[in-house]
Design a protein around this ligand. Structure first.
Ligand code: UDP
Length: 325
């Protein structure tokens, strides 16, 4: 019998790509989403249940209906700037909501819980690349909300029988190569879609957030990881937990850093479109450099990213033209 997996936030960017990967791996993904930021059009690989992680009755009802073997939790508020303006909303949704879901999962005897975390839990880099033992000192309420849930899960791994994998994403990017789903945020703040809007002529000029960092060309370094590689890591993490492993935290990045200027060059080459990029001030809370040390995910989960930056940009471009073109 096909095993069902509950995907909270499965109508969002990374959640929907993970539903595709789950389906391909033989699971039945059940999307649980309040559609505040997710898109009904992205639910293509199984049924959905409209509900909110903050509402215990909704959560109880979806467990009752589908009896999932595993739970993947993506549903979260993610805008760092918003988290500074309204920290309580972040803690209510990202922490209290996650605890509701964890409690229901534990009560239902779920065999594996996979949590979307972030390299934003590390804060200022103290060494690069960053491995999972890097100190976690988040710079904003968003990062702190993710860290708090990580700590809850760590306690449950340590002091009760509740296996979980905490996946710390670096910069998720790219899209399904068939352009059925992709990155779609309103408003858009991320570097790649903003640059692609410029390539399409929908914006005039890309503003580089700071050119005076101590990096090789003065602009911020990020580790861009293809969303399908992230999706694959979730399936592997779930399978690892279902085999009886207790779990832990894993970095998901490529280990390669790209500066904003290098990213723009790749985007102009891949799209064949040139556009203006002008230096601007630093963006508050930006870390100069975030690059993953990713060997733990390889050793324990057997996961290795397979797609390079050109592939990321090519797939993002195909999707972006469909979305905005
Ligand atoms: N960035 C930029 N101009 C933009 C958007 C982003 O220079 O219009 C920079 C941003 O400051 C960061 C990098 O591009 O250094 C990646 O930003 P993004 O928002 O995509 O991801 P983040 O690293 O903030 O999660």
């Amino acid at each position: 019998m096909t095993q069902t997996v509950l995907v909270a936030g499965g109508a969002g960017y990374i959640g929907s790509h993970t539903c595709l990967a789950l389906k391909e791996a033989g699971f039945e993904p059940i999307v649980f989403d309040n559609f505040s930021n997710g898109h009904k059009e992205f639910v293509q690989w199984g049924p959905y249940f409209e509900g909110d992680i903050q509402n215990r009755e909704d959560v109880a009802a979806v467990f009752e209906e589908y009896n999932p073997i595993g739970v993947l939790h993506f549903a979260a508020l993610i805008e760092v700037g918003e988290s500074v303006k309204d920290p309580l909303a972040f803690h209510q949704n990202n922490v209290a909501g996650a605890i509701n879901l964890i409690a229901a999962s534990k009560a239902a005897g779920v065999k594996g819980f996979v949590f979307s975390s972030t390299c934003a839990t590390y804060g200022e880099p103290q060494k690069l690349p960053m491995d999972e033992t890097h100190p976690q000192l988040p710079l904003n309420p968003y990062g702190r909300s993710k860290l708090l849930v990580e700590q809850v899960l760590e306690d449950l791994r340590e002091y009760s029988d509740f296996p979980s994998a905490v996946l710390r994403y670096f910069n998720a990017a790219g899209a399904d190569p068939q352009a059925r789903i992709g990155e779609w945020h309103e408003p858009e703040t991320h570097a790649i879609p903003i640059a692609l809007d410029n390539a399409l002529g929908l914006r005039s000029g890309f503003r580089i957030n700071g050119t005076d960092y101590g990096t090789r060309d003065g602009t911020c370094v990020r580790d861009y990881i293809h969303v399908l590689d992230l999706a694959d890591a979730h399936v592997k993490a779930l399978q690892y937990l279902l085999k009886g492993n207790k779990g832990g935290a894993f970095n998901l990045g490529t280990g390669d850093g790209t500066t904003v200027k290098e990213l723009l060059e790749t985007i102009q080459t891949v799209t064949g479109k040139s556009f203006d990029a002008a230096p601007g001030p630093r963006r508050e809370g930006d870390s100069p450099s975030l690059v993953a040390e990713n060997s733990k995910a390889f050793t324990e989960l057997g996961w290795k990213p397979e797609r390079d930056l050109e592939t990321i940009v090519r797939d993002a471009w195909a999707w972006h033209q469909k979305l905005r073109g």
